[in-house]
Design a protein around this ligand. Structure first.
Ligand SMILES: [Zn+2]
Length: 315
């Protein structure tokens, strides 16, 4: 599995050149660029590159340090040498805040705090593999108090560590913070041809943000999967009852509350079988939606629906 971010070759080349300087590489970096352009993916790639035992132009993806950098299904990276800190949604007293800010106690130890291992002391400890990387996400939300308390770390992080700040640009940062960063810029990205072909003319292509393409591709894939589940269900409906129930279960898994795509596709299928079939198919489906809306037993309602549809002419 590749750790390489999409379409940010210029930024990766700049970071490769820095990493090649080893201990002389600047240890406080700003990854500058608009939201969604892939700054965090680039931060993770750089962390993997610095930790990798293979010393190649890209993280090898196979050594223990690289494997620790692979995100889990929730997108969380569990490497002991990698840490992301973002604006807190509560105050130090634990009260919710309307404007999330990076708090001082997320960076340096403070009394009366629920943060048990702030970024500063974490960076100071020796790495488990080769290099520690602490990422400050949305660094533009650093409070002045927090920035001042962290300035000595930003000035000279430990030799085994890099602080990566993620923000729109140096102008978005406090001047005292910006002046301590080497800047690596990420530009809006060009979609690869395969993505372009699959999505065109989707508006996300014009945004230059891999995150937007990925969301659009995921939507498209979910939509294709729903289409396939509806087709499988309609095909299975008239045959063996157990198989019809199984196909209904598979369909129900893709039929989330409030989704009108699956019922829409079903109604299209019955419309194709003629007006009488459409009326009965539509009524059965409406009854199912109503039962689910009324929190009736989901599986029983589904089975009842299947039995009603089996006696309906099919497409
Ligand atoms: Zn590696």
């Amino acid at each position: 599995m590749s750790l390489a971010p999409e379409a940010q070759e210029a930024a990766l080349a700049a970071l490769r050149a820095l990493a090649a300087r080893g201990d002389d590489a600047p240890r406080t970096l700003l990854l500058a660029g608009p939201d969604g352009v892939g700054r965090r993916a680039v931060a993770r790639w750089y962390a993997a590159l610095r930790g990798c035992r293979a010393n190649l132009d890209d993280p090898c993806g196979r050594c223990d340090a690289c494997r620790a950098m692979q995100p889990d299904l929730d997108g969380h990276v569990a490497s002991p040498d990698y840490r992301e800190v973002g604006p807190a949604t509560t105050t130090r007293d634990g009260k919710p805040t309307r404007r999330p800010l990076l708090r001082i106690d997320q960076l340096v130890p403070r009394e009366r705090s629920d943060v048990d291992d702030p970024l500063g002391p974490w960076l100071a400890r020796p790495p488990a593999f080769r290099h520690r990387v602490g990422v400050i996400v949305r660094a533009e939300t650093l409070t002045e108090e927090a920035a001042n308390a962290f300035l000595t770390v930003l000035e000279t992080p430990p030799r085994h560590a890099t602080v990566l700040l993620v923000a729109p640009g140096p102008d978005a940062l406090l001047p005292t913070v910006a002046s301590r960063c080497a800047v690596v810029r990420l530009v809006p990205a060009e979609a690869p041809p395969a993505v372009r072909e699959r999505l065109a003319p989707h508006p996300s292509l014009r945004l230059g943000r891999p995150a937007a393409w990925r969301a659009a591709l995921a939507d498209l894939e979910a939509s294709d999967a729903k289409r396939a589940a509806v087709a499988d269900f309609v095909a299975a409906l008239g045959g063996d009852l157990a198989k019809a129930f199984a196909a209904a279960d598979a369909l129900a898994e893709r039929w989330t509350a409030g989704d009108d795509e699956v019922p829409g596709l079903l109604r299209e299928a019955w419309r194709a079988a003629g007006p009488a079939a459409y009326v009965r198919g539509d009524a059965a489906t409406a009854a199912l939606e109503e039962a689910w809306g009324a929190y009736a037993h989901r599986d029983l309602a589904l089975r009842d629906w299947v039995l009603r549809l089996r006696t309906t002419p099919r497409p």
